[in-house]
Design a protein around this ligand. Sequence first.
Ligand SMILES: *[C@@H]1O[C@H](CO)[C@@H](O)[C@H](O)[C@H]1NC(C)=O
Ligand SMILES: *[C@@H]1O[C@H](CO)[C@@H](O)[C@H](O)[C@H]1NC(C)=O
Ligand SMILES: *[C@@H]1O[C@H](CO)[C@@H](O)[C@H](O)[C@H]1NC(C)=O
Ligand SMILES: *[C@@H]1O[C@H](CO)[C@@H](O)[C@H](O)[C@H]1NC(C)=O
Ligand SMILES: *[C@@H]1O[C@H](CO)[C@@H](O)[C@H](O)[C@H]1NC(C)=O
Ligand SMILES: *[C@@H]1O[C@H](CO)[C@@H](O)[C@H](O)[C@H]1NC(C)=O
Ligand SMILES: *[C@@H]1O[C@H](CO)[C@@H](O)[C@H](O)[C@H]1NC(C)=O
Ligand SMILES: *[C@@H]1O[C@H](CO)[C@@H](O)[C@H](O)[C@H]1NC(C)=O
Ligand SMILES: *[C@@H]1O[C@H](CO)[C@@H](O)[C@H](O)[C@H]1NC(C)=O
Length: 743
Amino acid sequence: MGVQWYFSLIIWLIIGVFVIKSVPAVVEEGVTGSTIDACRIHGCNCSDAAKTWNIINCTFNSTQVVEFTPGSIPSRTLEISISGGSEVTLQPYSLNSPIGFQFLRVDGTRRFIIRKNALLDLSSASLAFQVLNCDRLVVETHAFKNMQTPISVDVSRCSYVSIQSSAFSRLQDGKFRNIPYLDLAEDAFLFENQGIIGRHGPVSSLSFHNVILPKIPTDTFHSSLAEISIKNSEIREIHTDAFKASQISAILFINTSIHKIQSRAFSDRTLLINFKFTKCKIHLMEMGSVMASMTNLTVEHSKLTEIQTGAINSTVAKAVITDNEIGIFHSHGFVLNNWNRINMDNNIIKRAGSFFLDVPYNPEIQHFEFTFIGNEIYRVESNALSFMPDLHYTVLNLKFDNNFFNQTCHCDIGKWVLELLGNQMQDASFVLNTSFCTINALLARCFELQEGLINMHNFTQLVCGAEDSIKCEPYSGETKILDTTTIIDTEDTMNSNSNLILGLVLGAVVVIAISGTIVILLIRGGLWLKRKGYCMRFRNLHYRNEHPTSDEEGTIVPIESRDKLDVPEELTPEILQRLREQLEDPATHDDAREMIERLYELFITGESYANNNKQDEEAHLYEELGNLQLPTATEHEKRLSETEPFGFLRMMEEKYNTTALAILGNKPALAEEYSEPTDAAVHLYSELQNKTDDVIDLDDGKDSLKSFPSSTQRSNNSRNIVFRPLPEKPRSIFECEAGPSKI
Ligand SMILES: *[C@@H]1O[C@H](CO)[C@@H](O)[C@H](O)[C@H]1NC(C)=O
Ligand SMILES: *[C@@H]1O[C@H](CO)[C@@H](O)[C@H](O)[C@H]1NC(C)=O
Ligand SMILES: *[C@@H]1O[C@H](CO)[C@@H](O)[C@H](O)[C@H]1NC(C)=O
Ligand SMILES: *[C@@H]1O[C@H](CO)[C@@H](O)[C@H](O)[C@H]1NC(C)=O
Ligand SMILES: *[C@@H]1O[C@H](CO)[C@@H](O)[C@H](O)[C@H]1NC(C)=O
Ligand SMILES: *[C@@H]1O[C@H](CO)[C@@H](O)[C@H](O)[C@H]1NC(C)=O
Ligand SMILES: *[C@@H]1O[C@H](CO)[C@@H](O)[C@H](O)[C@H]1NC(C)=O
Ligand SMILES: *[C@@H]1O[C@H](CO)[C@@H](O)[C@H](O)[C@H]1NC(C)=O
Ligand SMILES: *[C@@H]1O[C@H](CO)[C@@H](O)[C@H](O)[C@H]1NC(C)=O
């Protein structure tokens, strides 16, 4: 019965939805049948311009729904200007071959829809189509059909705009501004009539300013274009073959963020004359995302989070890749073929794979210029600079200068550099003479180098010479200042995958829910046990039983003040922690104190702990007292009896830790409080003091090297003097200046 009832309900629902969906279609058909002269529509005013031409000027009120149907607009109409209205629709064939139609302007209409074939066979010299201030604009497939007239489209301040396939049959230019949702369909900018492609290439141009494009689907830019400029905008995804026109003279992305560029988004069938990213954020460039041939490629002042292998893999005559922050630059990330000039300057690269830049030599091409200047590369794989050696023999103007690698300087840095170069060269001095590595705080002080960077070549000269000691004197050679303001956060953004965040949030919610349930169950269970009287000890440790409630009568044995504290059989960190909390809470302070004293008697004085002599203990206790920061203990002379418990507690905790250490072999959680994180720094201070008096004793350094495991410890037999990175002081060098004393 019940099941049948549900079934019939569902069927009725489906039928209902179907009927509701089909009603508008029926209504439409009905409407298209009747024809109302546009000049008679309430709110419209037709006026003659030069007798024969009509100008239709309509002002609608906010509830008016208006449709223009075939025949309603006189064929000699020159302009239509509409303002206001709730919904205005141009039905199919409503403007059928008007002779001189030039201007269609819609302002402040909430919804404006141009149906398929609404404007047909136009042949005027030009058509301006403007839509301003709307909620929704829909230009359906082939809305402008079979046009001889080039159209200029200007859409601005509309909340939602949908441009369907091949909506404009011939476009002069399109401007889309301030649109929070611009929905482009496949083939949105496919033009039936390209117009004459002049000697200077295609003429149509499109600009998008301050728009959000959820996607640029396949074939969106299918016809040749003079220019596409996308500025201050956001694009979630650029799909495969989105840019497929045979020629696009310029594509400019300015201050635009792009989440993902799919493979072959810029198809290899396309020729791009100028292709430029300026101040953009690009999260992911997939493998082969740019395959189009380019005359000029510019990527500047942009953040690129991940560049996959072969992300750009094409012919590029001139590439300028400057002032960018790049997260992961996978190996063969940019493959630039047949190039004349490449400038790769002032980039910050967090991770560079082997051959991240692949610039194959082509004997048929003149390679004029290659520069690799002022780049900062943080993590770098061996072979990363393998593109360099070939260039030595093939490029007219080669510059490699002023680059920084986040690599601790060591005496065998030459070998390291050769590995970067793919071990293809004997001489790495063009890198060593011009590149920078990092030195540790100690040497930085020695050479008075605040930035902690030094020229590689100079470093080997100063530190790895034949002398027995390093002379500390202000370094006068080349140095470099890192652009620390932009130390990249790409790793974070990379991981800020929204799915991951969502997952984490959901996970957290689930965990909170589960733990909340458990806590409630525990509390309820505890209360139940308490009511049943099973859990005296548990309760006594948790609650201060000040007001025994009447419902507990009978089950609770009245507790004497001396017995009030039930002593646990063994000491656990939980109990100690709990005691600490109770001790700090004024309400439970007294009880806790008593308990601690009893525990102390039981576990500490009763056992072998007593072998620490009494004086030591007392000294320790006083020391502890000094450290305590009781909220009430403002006066120095706090009564011993008051603070004693803390001392006892600490001792017990310590004791627990030492026994636990013996058992577990590692540090239990309680020990954390006693570790001394600043110790290392203190240690370094003294080390600095000893060493930087005048001259660093190198023997010392050598010794310490041997005991210090480090990845940079490549250096060995070849040189008798070996340098190692000393433990780094955790703080910056500047604080070091403010430290103990100057050299
Ligand atoms: C229609 O236009 C004419 C001429 O511009 C003007 O005189 C008339 O007042 C207008 N009527 C309306 C309703 O706007
Ligand atoms: C249309 O008419 C309104 C007033 O009725 C006038 O303010 C406006 O300028 C007219 N627009 C055009 C394009 O003639
Ligand atoms: C809007 O215009 C229509 C006529 O097309 C009229 O029936 C309606 O009352 C008007 N509404 C207002 C709020 O003026
Ligand atoms: C960059 O674009 C954003 C919107 O995406 C805008 O808020 C910002 O003002 C733009 N910056 C510049 C310098 O134009
Ligand atoms: C390429 O860009 C440079 C400026 O970077 C410009 O001078 C040159 O004209 C561009 N080439 C073409 C073919 O547009
Ligand atoms: C670059 O493209 C060519 C063919 O178009 C392909 O053979 C090669 O593997 C690609 N290189 C990378 C690194 O993806
Ligand atoms: C630079 O290298 C040091 C030591 O290898 C490392 O701790 C630091 O995080 C690196 N810096 C960056 C920005 O990757
Ligand atoms: C590097 O510097 C050394 C010493 O200044 C010099 O002999 C050598 O020629 C330089 N190498 C290059 C490639 O400039
Ligand atoms: C550092 O190297 C440069 C050349 O690269 C040289 O002119 C300068 O004297 C060197 N400085 C020191 C302190 O060796």
